[in-house]
Design a protein around this ligand. Structure first.
Ligand code: CO
Length: 509
């Protein structure tokens, strides 16, 4: 039995950490409002509101008091004796977060915030003018600052600066490991793309050419969101320019989507994607809210949940068997002439193009691998910032067979680097790889999983994900979670097998 003092120390620590979490959640409410409801003139005061909450949350979490409480709990065998206990795991994760949050000098944090706002402004300007040279001096400063930041965090023996930055998004992830997973993926995808592009019987694009009223699209995607398991008693769906998901608590999760008259597939794909993120947030343990066991494990695993619902479910033929009557109910004669084959084929069109965020399932990962290879080389000093556009364009030619027409459609298209962020991009592809591997495991364990989709039975999959992934919180590192859930380390085979099988059939290979 812990003594009364030991018990108080633990309770105090949990309270301090949860309070920091409440400040973060409050900031998330303001951020959600900024993206969905706030009038344009609100941007400046909102920036000040968010800055003060971020500072308070940081001070709360990194205070000496938390450090002392943490150390006291760590030396208490009642809490740490069983390394698998909730308490021991919680302490381990809090220690990791505490060390990572306290090792940066505040001067560097301030410098980064200032550079991010300037670099973003100049990036937007350069992109508008399709001129990389305007952004070049800012990106040089970004790379230089990120190298210093990586030095502060440090990396394991044999590692490199990229690892230290990626740790912030995907704990335990290193460039060497990513490279070992991505290399076979690149080779097999390149081969698949060549074969798909050579197909003499590509699917019809008619589904993507429909023009449908956005109010009908909204009623349709709300219907789908509720059907696949997003709980509207504990969540909301709103509209924003860039769809996103934010969870304040498992009982209040916000997702957004967007509508274009001529692209119902984008609205549906975006909604199912954000539903996947939202179902994860709604599935987190309520008794651990604001603590590591009530938090998502990483960006890559989060993305695996969104991609799984968007792609493995939402682009499957069984899903469309179930969804086609719904499409007809919501849109009537406008979709009357389209049959299952046309819609399923249209939802799975593959087309190499320049823009990552518009890419299909097969080409998307090429965009990510290019960015990963380039940012890794920039941080190592193997690639000079001045040479980035040329290196970028060469890789697009090599991997996707396309000629980039200008920097706006090339190396200036993404905001990430201007936000002083590197190490983030691979989490998208890791998400795709994890989703395919998780889905294969789910198919093994849930009888008639896919044929169930044709009857609208999505609950078994949601419950399986709740149990295997959501309720685990941050108990395991992402790569370990994959092994626990699927029985094997992450491999590109699951995703490529899935794409070869599905797209091969659609494209008549
Ligand atoms: Co996502």
């Amino acid at each position: 039995m812990p003594t009364a003092t030991e018990q108080t120390t633990w309770t105090d620590l949990v309270e301090r950490v949860q309070e920091a979490g409440l400040l973060h959640a409050s900031a998330s409410v303001l951020h959600w409002d900024q993206e969905t409801k706030m009038p344009p003139e609100g941007i400046e005061p909102r920036g000040a509101q968010l800055a003060v909450l971020a500072r308070l949350a940081h001070e709360q979490f990194t205070s000496d008091e938390v450090g002392e409480l943490l150390a006291a709990c760590e030396s208490n065998a009642d809490l740490t004796g069983d390394p698998e206990s909730d308490e021991a795991v919680t302490l381990k994760r809090i220690r990791r977060d505490y060390d990572r949050n306290t090792c940066l000098p505040s001067s560097l944090v301030a410098e980064e915030a200032k550079l991010a706002s300037q670099a973003q402004h100049n990036w937007a300007e350069a992109r508008r003018n399709q001129d990389f040279t305007q952004f070049q001096p800012w990106l040089e400063q970004v790379v230089e600052l990120l190298r210093r930041k990586a030095e502060c965090f440090g990396w394991a023996e044999g590692g490199e600066p990229w690892d230290a930055l990626a740790e912030g998004y995907e704990p335990g992830c290193t460039a060497a490991w990513v490279d070992s997973v991505f290399s076979p993926l690149r080779d097999r995808l390149q081969n698949l793309l060549q074969r798909l592009m050579g197909s003499e019987t590509p699917p019809s694009n008619a589904f993507n050419e429909l023009v449908l009223p956005t109010d009908q699209q909204e009623a349709f995607v709300r219907d789908i969101a509720a059907s696949i398991g997003f709980d509207f008693q504990r969540g909301r769906l709103d509209v924003s320019t860039h769809p996103f998901c934010t969870g304040f608590h498992p009982r209040d999760v916000r997702i957004t989507t967007r509508f274009h008259e001529d692209n119902v597939n984008d609205a549906l794909g975006s909604t199912m994607h954000e539903c996947g993120h939202g179902i994860y947030e709604q599935g987190l343990r309520q008794d651990q809210a604001g603590l590591p066991l009530g938090e998502a494990v990483s960006l890559g695993i989060h993305e695996s949940q969104s991609r799984l619902w968007e792609n493995q479910v939402g682009r499957s033929v069984q899903f469309w068997e179930w969804c086609l009557p719904k499409l007809r109910t919501h849109f009537g004669d406008a979709v009357g002439s389209l049959n299952l084959e046309t819609i399923y084929g249209g939802a799975n069109i593959v087309r190499p193009d320049f823009i990552r965020v518009e890419a299909d399932e097969a080409t998307y990962n090429m965009h990510i691998m290019i960015r990963f290879e380039l940012e890794r080389a920039l941080l190592l000093g193997d690639l000079a910032v001045a040479d980035l556009p040329q290196a970028w364009n060469e890789k697009y030619k090599e991997y996707l067979g396309i000629d980039v027409p200008n920097d706006a459609k090339g190396c200036l298209q993404d905001i990430h680097w201007s936000m002083v962020s590197m190490g983030y991009f691979p989490t998208y592809t890791l998400g795709n790889l994890y989703s395919a591997q998780f889905f294969d495991a789910a198919k093994r364990e849930i009888p008639d999983l896919e044929s169930g989709f044709a009857k609208g039975a999505f609950e078994p999959l949601k419950e399986w994900l709740n149990e295997k992934i959501h309720r685990q919180g941050r108990r395991y590192l992402p790569a370990d979670l994959c092994e626990v859930v699927t029985g094997a380390p992450l491999s590109a085979d699951h995703l490529v097998n899935y794409l070869e099988e599905k797209l091969g059939a659609i494209y008549g290979l």
